[in-house]
Design a protein around this ligand. Structure first.
Ligand code: DGT
Ligand code: CA
Ligand code: ZN
Length: 582
């Protein structure tokens, strides 16, 4: 009789266990230090490309950053017994539904314990009932407003649950993993070509899964080899030319294999977007062609045209090649047909970075370390724009510290070869529209970025007044992350892009495309609209450490999705041009 060995727990399962422990520790009022350790372990496990269970068995778990003896012991306990005693204790102490209550926006551990103890609220259903019956407002310290806000939060939650979609992840976190798989595919002797396709290839800010395509005369062998990769946790579906799998960190992977003659057709099809493909097919149909993932069919003659490259697919239907970033059904087919596709800006066109931080505020590296890293990136100039005083959490600069930083920057600039170092500030736009530093302080700087970091809930008129008054300052040269969105965490505040762009033109202020992977703000549609109205953009990294200069690449990707050319982007010019305020 074969012994049924249980499958080792997946990374996702282990992450859930540690995440739940972290939540219970928070609910229990435990020190944030201990909670953070569990939280970190959870995200580490969830994101890790290799099996955590296997690493533990091999004794390698503690090689991971932040994994100490306590965490390792809990993983071992879970592998051996299927549970963790600490978690079981918490489960006996608190109803599990309390965690859902605690995570509702506006709640937290203390309030959760309070309403559990006073109103018997043990889960979200209880909470909704208690709100509707007016029992929350009667709890001392809570009141009407809490009740209204909780009801609203409960509604939003229901909408999200109903959507029930696979979570989207930041492309920049998924891309390295996809690139690795592509490299593994290309290494296989029977694979002629391989690429990632889908939203990843179109440089979308977030992606749902990894779409891979390969060309081979032996698809079955490719499937077998691919299934055996250490990144693949399990194969969900396997056909002769298609495979669907999951990685250890819970990502879906779709692999399609075709013969090398049809590789261009497949890559084009699988890159999408679905909207682009629909529009392309309609366009081709009108000209007597039918496009599929295997070939282009000439309808009249029935001739099948296979394409080894994507260029050939577009060429066959008399279109100029359309870069993946533009394939969103936003007029690109017409632009291609009429020969007016833009010559897209590229990362290598960027000469300088006008928004980076240092350890004078919340950056993690000193001025010089950042400057050297920028020079290694091939930049000709770098402007430090650290935070201003109202952002106390970041150690924002008051006029005196700013003056000292300017001295330090001047000294660095005088001593460093091969790059120009400039003094700037990311001055906060206060909730009433005033700038967070006096004019005398701003007047000494080479470049000023102004950004909103508070009052996100204000109505559009108020937000626009704040932005307008900042842009009318003679010192402000650029608006940083103009809408304030944080992907997956915070909605943008209410900006009217058209008036923002018109103000930018009127005042000669640049609008930033912030390249932090969770910002990408302005978004591509907003940046495209702003440029169409005549605004000039800057692409900045908002780097907080040397490795963040990679953000320039992400910012350039978003700019390409916005149809921008280097003429639309100020920092493709040398500093001398920017220095002269228009
Ligand atoms: P995602 O995964 O939501 O981040 O976005 P995509 O664009 O990667 O979408 P996905 O993975 O569902 O499909 C990859 C590509 O395959 C898609 O961009 C175009 C093509 N495709 C998928 N479904 C359809 C379809 O129903 N019709 C057409 N014409 N193309 C499709
Ligand atoms: Ca996809
Ligand atoms: Zn900022």
């Amino acid at each position: 009789m074969p012994v049924d060995t249980p499958r080792p727990p997946s990374n996702r399962e282990l992450a859930e266990v540690f995440q739940t422990i972290a939540h219970y520790l928070a609910l229990d009022g435990e020190s944030s230090y201990r909670m953070t350790a569990y939280q970190r372990a959870a995200s580490l496990f969830r994101e890790h490309p290799l099996s955590i269970a296997e690493m533990t068995v091999r004794g390698n778990l503690r090689d991971l950053p932040g994994v100490g003896q306590a965490i390792e012991a809990k993983v071992v306990e879970y592998l051996e017994t299927g549970q963790v005693d600490l978690l079981e204790k918490f489960r006996r102490r608190y109803p599990e539904g309390l965690l859902g209550v605690m995570h509702l926006p506006g709640m937290g551990p203390k309030k959760t314990r309070l309403i559990w103890e006073t109103a018997g609220v043990a889960d979200l259903r209880d909470l909704e009932r208690a709100c509707r019956e007016g029992r929350i407002r009667e709890i001392p310290g809570l009141g009407d407003k809490t009740e209204t806000n909780l009801l609203r939060a409960l509604e939003t939650l229901t909408i999200r649950a109903a959507e029930g979609k696979e979570p989207r992840r930041l492309r920049t976190l998924v891309e390295p993993q996809a690139a690795h798989m592509v490299a593994e595919l290309r290494r296989l002797p029977m694979v002629v070509r391989a690429d990632y396709a889908g939203s990843l290839r179109r440089q979308c800010p977030t992606v749902r899964d990894i779409d891979l395509v390969a060309a081979s005369a032996d698809p079955v062998a490719v499937m077998s080899a691919f299934s055996g990769l250490p990144q693949i946790a399990r194969v969900v579906e396997r056909g002769e030319t298609k495979l669907a799998a999951r990685t250890h960190n819970g990502l879906g992977v779709d692999l399609r294999v075709v013969s090398p003659q049809s590789y261009g057709n497949l890559l084009q099809h699988f890159t999408g977007s679905a909207g682009h493909n629909v529009a392309l097919r309609a366009y081709a149909q009108q000209r007597g062609f039918k496009i599929s993932e295997y070939h282009v069919e000439h309808l009249e003659s029935g001739r099948l045209i296979t394409c080894t490259t994507e260029e050939q697919v577009y060429e066959t239907v008399a279109l100029r090649y359309i870069p993946p970033e533009l394939r969103e059904d936003q007029g690109e087919i017409e632009a291609s047909a009429t020969g007016v596709l833009p010559d897209l800006v590229h990362r290598s066109d960027l000469r300088g970075d006008l928004h980076v931080h240092s350890d004078w505020t919340d950056g993690r590296a000193g001025l010089e370390e950042m400057a050297v890293a920028a020079r290694e990136q091939g930049l000709d100039y770098l402007c430090f724009c650290d935070h201003s005083q109202s952002l106390a959490m970041t150690g924002g600069l008051c006029p005196e510290r700013l003056a000292a930083q300017i001295d330090a920057i001047r000294e660095l600039d005088a001593g460093i070869e091969g790059i120009r170092i400039l003094a700037g500030i990311e001055v906060d736009i206060l909730t009433d529209g005033r700038l967070d530093l006096p004019e005398e302080a701003l007047a000494r700087l080479d470049f000023v970025t102004a950004s909103i970091h508070s009052g996100f809930g204000q109505p559009q008129t108020k937000i626009m007044e704040r932005l307008a008054s900042a842009m009318r300052s003679p010192y402000v040269r650029s608006i940083g992350h103009p809408t304030g969105r944080l992907l997956g965490r915070r909605e943008p505040y209410d900006v009217d892009i058209d008036s923002l762009a018109r103000l930018a033109v009127e005042t000669g202020t640049y609008l930033e495309i912030n390249g932090s992977p969770d910002r990408l703000d302005l978004t591509a549609p907003a940046a495209r609209r702003a440029a169409a109205l005549g605004a000039t953009l800057v692409i900045c990294s908002d780097a907080h450490s040397p490795s963040d200069f990679q953000n320039l690449e992400f910012g350039a990707g978003e700019a390409r999705r916005a149809w921008l050319t280097s003429a639309d982007v100020a920092n493709t010019s040398p500093w001398e041009i920017i220095a002269e305020k228009p």
